[in-house]
Design a protein around this ligand. Structure first.
Ligand SMILES: Cc1cc2nc3c(=O)[nH]c(=O)nc-3n(C[C@H](O)[C@H](O)[C@H](O)COP(=O)(O)OP(=O)(O)OC[C@H]3O[C@@H](n4cnc5c(N)ncnc54)[C@H](O)[C@@H]3O)c2cc1C
Length: 590
């Protein structure tokens, strides 16, 4: 079967439905109140006026609203709103915008960013739906690629004065940092955000680089297919996951995101188009992942797909003691029967290890649709198994499972909206959550950014599984952030920037630390440099979206640059793109 085009439903499950439900509930409540004769509300005042007009009303006070001119009655809610807004602005004025943005960020996030994020999502939803209906993407793809080639050739004709980079604004990406180079380099506009083709015979999906994981799951799961590795956050893009990297709880079977890709299509530094696969232009195929757009512009990728089932049968197992945690986690990561393996470490010796398999059956009473907006945040739900020290088994709809960390942005949202997991907040406003990372970045300002830099860590370190225990001790000593995300993956022995030390595939683990460091006298630079040194010493890798404090020599000690540098020279990249280190190092981003 071949399906062309794509459309995505927004990441919050179905906010439109959610919004519809709450609107329906609101009007039902209004009707009830009217029937019950609740005074003091505008719509009740209208009913009171009607009674007064018919002479059946009670006291004079009750008849009073009838005497008010209709326009004045309608103005009252608007006036109340205006007074609230005025008081809010006054408060901002007295305290200072910076104070409010830093210390009471939730006010800004809840009032402005949540609604804005929703509008953003609806726009992309409608756009993707229209593209899907018109099936315009495949038709326009070649023309769009030609346009990118034209931009590159023009840059060349104009004397190749600066390096090139993608024109996607830095604030739109998931990475918390914005590249300074966007302002100085020639921005090549890449408007490629559609799924081009799903070929279930070849078991391949062909996509453009700005397609997001939310888009992919919406289309593929609806036709019974999925990606073998589907990174959790809805907004992650195919281009970013190939040129950076991507991982998921099925990576112990399938490897990193790059390892499920079968072909890349690129526009090179001279404007030419090239397709590379493991057997055709294979050097380039292996050099592209992790190169961050410094070998060429990705314009399409072919990715393997596998049949999907409706649910994930997920087992939760609390484990106490670091040694037991590492042993259990290693054991489960080696078992190929497990489709998914993930661990959440809540302290150095307390974890919940989750293992899952896809299934079409559900045991009665065990279905848990964790993605619904009113459900507890996933990491909090998991923590309950630890607190009550009991094992659990749940059936989770596949798409809910994939995006289980989206609503709470892993556990980052608790620092921004501290009451975000409160049931009242979830039921009332949960359908608007989470705010878009891009909008959070866009509005954080310089002070907040610096504050985050010094008091907040977002890092993923990939280390061999055999070093897990040592690595967790090091994380505790250097940064002390919990929960910690544990995600195993198999690293094949292939050429390129990232591969194991020996000639055989090796089991690795991604250790993700997101949050406020609790070590005394945390100093971002020295603490992170210490951690980076450890990772290098065990032949590990740092994800390139994160703050990187290594110098150039240290960076090339961590990554194998042999194939990469050879290709940069061969393809004339040295004058066209910065070296990957110059794009991702601390000095290059703010
Ligand atoms: C809060 C947070 C949560 C995260 N969660 C996860 C997770 O759940 N799973 C996971 O695997 N990873 C996760 N990551 C890391 C993520 O994998 C990286 O940030 C990744 O690079 C994807 O981000 P992006 O889609 O915004 O890509 P971008 O940041 O836009 O791109 C990454 C790099 O690729 C280059 N690039 C992108 N498109 C092209 C193109 N068409 N041509 C040439 N170069 C291109 C860009 O120039 C850039 O250098 C997370 C990161 C953060 C900050």
């Amino acid at each position: 079967m071949k399906a062309a085009g794509s459309w995505s439903d927004p990441r919050r499950g179905s906010p439109l439905v959610a919004a519809g439900v709450s609107a329906h509930r609101t009007s039902a409540t209004r009707a009830n109140r009217e029937a019950a004769g609740d005074p003091g509300l505008p719509w009740r005042q209208a009913a009171g006026a009607e009674r007064a007009r018919r002479g059946t009303g009670g006291s004079d006070r009750r008849r009073e609203p009838a005497a008010l001119p209709a326009r004045r009655r309608m103005m009252e809610p608007a006036v109340s709103l205006a007074v609230c807004a005025l008081l809010f602005l006054l408060w901002v004025r007295v305290k200072g915008l910076e104070f409010v943005l830093i210390h009471q960020r939730w006010v800004f996030v809840c009032l402005f960013l949540l609604p804005l994020s929703l509008i953003f999502d609806i726009y992309y939803y409608v756009r993707a739906w229209v593209v899907f209906k018109l099936s315009s993407a495949p038709r326009l793809h070649e023309q769009r690629v030609r346009d990118i080639q034209k931009q590159v050739r023009e840059w060349k004709e104009q004397g190749s004065k600066t390096f090139m980079c993608t024109g996607r604004p830095g604030w739109l990406t998931v990475s918390l940092r914005v590249g300074k180079y966007k302002k100085t380099h020639k921005n090549i506009m890449i408007n490629l955000m559609d799924i081009l083709e799903v070929d279930t015979k070849k078991q391949i999906v062909r996509v453009e680089p700005l397609v997001t994981m939310g888009q992919v799951t919406a289309l593929l799961t609806s036709i019974g297919w999925t990606l073998p590795v589907l990174p959790e956050l809805d907004d992650l893009t195919v281009g970013g996951l190939i040129m950076g990297t991507g991982i998921e709880s099925s990576s112990h079977k399938y490897g990193l995101f790059q390892h499920i890709c079968t072909a890349y299509e690129l526009v090179l530094a001279d404007g030419s188009f090239v397709r590379c696969t493991p057997s055709e232009n294979s050097d380039l195929f292996y050099a592209v992942p992790w190169s961050c757009g410094t070998l060429g512009f990705l314009v399409a990728a072919e990715i393997r797909i596998i049949p999907a089932k409706k649910y994930v049968k997920l087992r939760f197992e609390p484990v106490q003691g670091l040694e037991a945690i590492c042993a259990k986690f290693t054991h489960e990561s080696q078992r190929q029967e497990n489709h998914f393996v993930e661990g959440l470490l809540y302290s150095l010796d307390e974890a919940v290890i989750m293992t899952g398999v896809m299934t079409d059956e559900v045991e009665p009473g065990k279905l848990n649709s964790i993605g619904n907006y009113y459900k507890p945040w996933f990491f909090k739900h998991v923590e309950n198994y630890l607190k009550t020290n009991r094992e659990g088994l749940e059936y989770i709809p596949l798409r809910h499972y994939y995006h289980r960390h989206t609503r709470s942005i892993f556990w980052e949202l608790q620092d921004i909206i501290p009451f975000g997991n409160n049931p009242i907040f979830r039921y009332l406003f949960g359908w608007m959550v989470p705010p878009k990372i891009s909008l959070l970045k866009l509005t954080q300002g310089e002070t907040l950014r610096k504050l985050y830099e010094q008091h907040h860590v977002v890092q993923d370190m990939l280390v061999p599984m055999k070093c897990l225990q040592q690595a967790l001790h090091t994380f505790q000593n250097d940064i002390h952030v919990y929960p910690i995300w544990l995600c195993p993956f198999i690293l094949p022995s292939q050429p390129g920037l990232v591969h194991p030390k020996g000639n055989e595939a090796e089991l690795y683990i991604d250790i993700g630390a997101y949050g406020e460091p609790r070590v005394k006298h945390f100093e971002a630079r020295s603490c992170m440099r210490q951690l980076e040194k450890f990772v290098r010493s065990v032949h590990g890798f740092q994800m390139l979206y994160a703050d990187c404090y290594m110098n150039r020599e240290e960076f090339w000690e961590m990554f194998d640059g042999s194939l990469y540098h050879k290709l940069r020279e061969k393809l004339g990249c040295q004058d066209a793109f910065p070296e990957v280190y110059d794009k991702i190092c601390k000095a290059a981003r703010h």
